[in-house]
Design a protein around this ligand. Structure first.
Ligand code: SF4
Ligand code: SF4
Length: 337
């Protein structure tokens, strides 16, 4: 489904008032950034999987891949003092042919360096070498594991995905990933398998740790919950299953002003594969580039202007503000995670 159609559908939701109105009513102001700590880079839409919950609509047939020139521009921006975290996502980031080089360069900057990997790809011969590249550059690896049961995970990520993720976790554990004391960091993102909000983050983390260790002998550091965003393939799933209106009404009903104050776009800038700037990866997939007169291409990046920019919002933003809040770092309500 193209972005215009997605925006039309999101805008026509009948179960709630517009997010803009809701936010401005609760916070008495427009949503605006306060800083840029996180540089999130989407290095391409190509992926070895085609997960049902994917907001990127990624898959093996996608051809969009970030060039070395754009990655070089990202590296220059990452050097700025205000940026403390470089967060790499996709698609499957490993399918960008420049990723290895980029990580070696970014690893020298002494910043928090994150790669969001589906892990399944690390079992393929052509990509297995990334385990050493990650360890060498102290990359934090984050992977999506919707369920600690194989059927729940396989339903979202494809047949056999659970077993392969566990296999890859074992390889990472052997490289000192996921152990508590001064280890390399391996985190899990949990998202609900159905059309409902995630459960309590801390309780889920404890349950995942227990089940994954006792049943599979693997360990990880932290678990973060993320709400499924009504964007991309997940929006199509909601529409096809007849759950769209109910899901949106549920998100709207669970609107939390505290979560709304802490949405990740207030401290993040997101870069698309072609160098376009967005407020977050979700806006990126809806084609909503930074606006309100801001420089919107990486070659024109200006941190002074962008750090206080007004955020481009829409009804999909209810996904970040429901319940205990949702972001690429999990719950956003302080104390809830
Ligand atoms: S959710 Fe991640 S692993 Fe799955 S298709 Fe999308 S980008 Fe690929
Ligand atoms: S969807 Fe993006 S722009 Fe909207 S609240 Fe979430 S992070 Fe901010």
């Amino acid at each position: 489904m193209d972005t215009n159609e997605q925006l039309r559908i999101l805008g026509s939701t009948t179960g709630c008032i517009s997010f803009k109105e809701r936010f401005e009513r609760s916070s008495k102001a427009s949503l605006a950034a306060t800083k840029i700590n996180v540089l999130q880079i989407n290095v391409g839409k190509r992926c070895n999987l085609s997960c049902r919950h994917c907001h990127v609509d990624a898959g093996p047939e996608r051809t969009e891949i970030m060039s070395r020139k754009i990655l070089n521009a990202c590296l220059d921006i990452a050097k700025q003092k205000e940026i403390s975290t470089i967060d790499i996502t996709g698609g499957s980031p490993e399918m960008n042919p420049h990723l290895g080089w980029f990580l070696c360069e970014a690893g020298k900057l002494d910043k928090r360096l994150i790669v969001r990997s589906n892990l399944v790809i690390l079992l393929e011969d052509a990509y297995a070498g990334f385990i050493d590249v990650y360890a060498k550059n102290r990359v934090e690896v984050v992977t999506s594991l919707p369920d600690y049961h194989d059927d729940g995970t396989n339903r979202q990520r494809g047949s056999g995905a659970f077993t392969r993720i566990i296999q890859a976790m074992r390889l990472l554990n052997q490289k000192d990933y996921g152990r508590e004391e001064r280890s390399l960091v391996l985190n899990i993102m949990h998202n609900p398998v159905g059309a409902y909000l995630p459960g309590a983050q801390k309780a889920l983390e404890a349950e995942y740790k227990k089940r994954l260790f006792t049943e599979h002998g693997v360990v990880f550091n932290r678990l973060f919950c993320i709400t499924n965003m009504p964007v991309g393939r997940y929006l199509e799933y909601l529409l096809n299953s007849g759950n769209f209106e109910d899901y949106m009404a549920g998100l709207c009903e669970a609107y939390n002003p505290l979560a709304a104050e802490n949405v990740m776009c207030r401290s993040t800038i997101s870069v698309g594969w072609d160098g376009t700037l967005y407020d977050c990866d979700f806006n990126q997939m809806l084609g909503l580039r930074v606006n309100h007169g801001m420089p919107d291409m990486i070659m024109d990046f200006n941190i002074e202007k962008l750090r206080s920019r007004k955020i481009v919002i829409g009804n999909h933003c209810y996904g970040c503000t429901a319940g205990i809040g949702s972001s690429c770092q999990g719950a956003t309500v302080v104390g809830a995670g």
